[in-house]
Ligand binder design. Structure first.
Ligand SMILES: Cc1ncc(C[n+]2csc(CCOP(=O)(O)OP(=O)(O)O)c2C)c(N)n1
Length: 583
């Protein structure tokens, strides 16, 4: 068996079904090996290594199995780096096969080996390893899957010099087994020590206004059902961060809303301010969630508990009454399994008040959304979210990029089907994720039609993958928020009081025509009437479809961003101009 076959057989042993990648000089012999010994394994040709990474990332987020991408030497890993970084910081297991020039050329000025592919990836991976002989492939693949799926999941880079693909290995020399536990994540999920579970139970029982704060770690741990069960058992309300959203159904009476800066729900943020016990689950309490660590405002009587799979994040940003090193789902299940010890001291008005605030918020949101639909003038993002909400009756995977789409999606979209998910890359918030991500999402769950939402700035960074979407006949619905600018930054410049804005405006592009050129069904939408017809057509169409939404710029209004509203002199924690007061 040669190294290429060995590699493919090992990936097949881990049930790797899709490998996203771009061909080059050094991965030539990898492709026939996929065909010869890969069984149903499929190579997905992408148009850019970064997008191969984003596709694999989206695949991993949806399936909870490591995403795999492969690139040729030199430029390949350099182009793939941003995707590895995003996955790594977002705790998504990704395995990069980075094929390199033969080792014999090392130090001789061989083309593309000027970059040390191992060192290149060290800052953005959990491990970056060169495989030095074919016989080491099986154990290194097992190591890569183990590292990627255990502890805080993350990315692994395997550098594979091309000569290794041709090296012969005797079958008796190696074992092709896979480590079953590491085929999905979290693997070997750590439980909390029993004393900590009991202590948390005690704190929850004693609190008057307890609140669970579900971060992305809950989704990563597939902890949504365990979260819902515990919340129901204790009747403790839940808020989520942007990456923790949908871990509990948007319509559940215990699901209050999204906290933080970008697209926040005022009543959810107010709940954080009023709580006397915050239990952060799988959240590193970063700058967006905490508004630069100023939110919620410190209060002497408020206790903080943090449950984290990465011990180095415990107590990093807050003084914790209790820090628990555990997988979020494991901890929730441990808590649920405890016999109830003492009656909960929760203020009977707490949940009722939060629900009343939530009701008021959505009533007011309904007014705003309808107004946006009825008003003449430029198409507003609210009208788009309203039109989307009405059509999200079947389950969908929604991928959104930074800018207009993320903030308005967070604020106004409510998912009705429990299978639906919103996925937003928040580690770096790199533009150009959503368009390739729909490809990974579709391979992960082809029965859920993917929807991508992005600005025209993002579109410019990912437009090439329209060809991939058409070639693979992916029935994605693509929504381009076209404001002819890097709108978010334009808005930021205005909010900072600059006399004029700098380097943020584009020339006007008819993106629908561009998409048509790639072979998509595409429509340009300027008014609410056009929006209705185009949305109907998009949802009815069986193939890939693109709506170029000529939208009001976020730079002309103050978008729903807590810190920006504050800066503009508005009180962010109000509904219809009324403050939210604890009853
Ligand atoms: C790769 C990358 N470069 C720069 C940024 C900084 N950035 C954040 S939002 C934004 C503007 C986004 O513009 P667009 O995609 O058109 O969406 P809009 O804000 O107009 O809705 C920029 C440049 C980024 N997030 N990612």
């Amino acid at each position: 068996m040669n190294g290429a076959e060995l590699l493919v057989r090992m990936l097949a042993a881990y049930d790797v079904r899709y490998i996203f990648g771009v061909p080059g000089d050094t991965n030539v012999s990898f492709y026939p090996a996929i065909e010869e010994v890969g069984g149903s394994m499929r190579h997905v040709l992408t148009r850019d290594e970064r997008h191969a990474g984003y596709m694999a990332d989206a695949y991993a987020r949806v399936t909870n199995r490591p995403g795999v991408l492969e690139v040729p030497s030199g430029a390949g890993p350099m182009y793939a780096l941003p995707a590895l970084a995003e996955a790594h910081e977002s705790a998504v297991p990704l395995i990069l096969l980075s094929f390199d020039m033969p080792m014999s050329g090392e130090g001789r000025g061989i083309i593309t080996q000027f970059v040390d592919q191992v060192r290149l990836m060290e800052p953005v991976t959990k491990a970056s390893i060169q495989i030095k002989m074919a016989a080491k492939i099986p154990e290194t693949i097992r190591r890569a899957f183990r590292i990627a799926t255990t502890g805080r999941p993350g990315a692994v880079n395997l550098v594979i010099p091309e000569d290794i693909l041709h090296e012969h290995v005797a079958r008796e020399q190696i074992s092709l087994h896979a480590e079953k536990a590491c085929m999905s994540f979290p693997a070997y999920a750590p439980e909390a020590p029993q004393w900590a579970v009991l202590e948390l139970q005690h704190l929850l029982a004693a609190a008057r206004r307890p609140l669970l704060v579900a971060g992305g770690g809950v989704n990563r741990a597939q902890g949504g059902p365990a979260l819902t069960k515990l919340a129901e058992q204790l009747r403790v309300p839940v808020v989520t961060t942007m990456t923790g959203q949908n871990s509990i159904s948007d319509h559940h009476e215990l699901s209050i809303g999204i906290v933080g800066d970008n697209g926040f729900h005022p009543h959810a943020n107010r709940a954080m301010e009023e709580a006397d016990l915050l239990v952060y689950l799988g959240s590193r309490i970063g700058s967006v969630v905490s508004m630069g660590w100023t939110f919620p405002q410190p209060r002497r009587e408020r206790k903080i508990v943090q449950v984290e799979i990465a011990p180095d994040l415990l107590g990093n940003t807050s003084e914790n009454a209790l820090s628990i090193h555990a997988d979020a789902r494991a901890l929730l299940e441990q808590l649920s399994a405890l016999p109830a010890q003492r009656p909960m001291q929760t203020d009977p008005k707490w949940l009722a008040t939060l629900n009343e605030w939530r009701r008021q918020f959505w009533e007011e949101a309904g007014v705003q959304l309808r107004r946006a639909r009825e008003e003449a003038g430029p198409l507003r993002p609210q009208a788009i979210m309203e039109a989307l909400n009405r059509r999200l009756v079947r389950p969908h995977l929604l991928f959104a990029d930074p800018g207009t789409s993320t903030s308005y999606l967070n604020r106004f979209v409510r998912l009705t089907d429990p299978e639906s998910r919103i996925i937003i890359p928040r580690a770096y918030g790199g533009l150009g994720y959503a368009l390739p991500a729909v490809v990974g999402g579709w391979f992960a769950r082809p029965e859920l039609r993917p929807i991508g939402l992005f600005g025209d700035g993002s579109f410019g960074m990912s437009v090439g993958e329209l060809e991939t979407i058409v070639r693979l006949e992916i029935p994605a619905i693509l929504l381009n928020f076209n404001n002819s600018s890097f709108g978010w930054i334009k808005a930021l410049q205005k909010s900072r009081g600059l006399a004029r804005t700098f380097s943020v405006d584009f020339s006007h592009q008819d993106a629908a025509q561009i998409a048509q050129g790639f072979g998509l069904r595409a429509m340009r939408v300027r008014t609410v009437a056009e929006l209705e017809a185009a949305m109907d057509a998009a949802f009815a169409h069986q193939g890939p479809v693109f709506l170029d939404l000529v939208v009001e710029s976020v730079a002309d209004v103050v978008p729903p961003v807590y810190s920006w509203l504050r800066q503009a002199g508005q009180e962010p924690l109000t509904v219809a101009g009324r403050p939210l007061v604890l009853g």
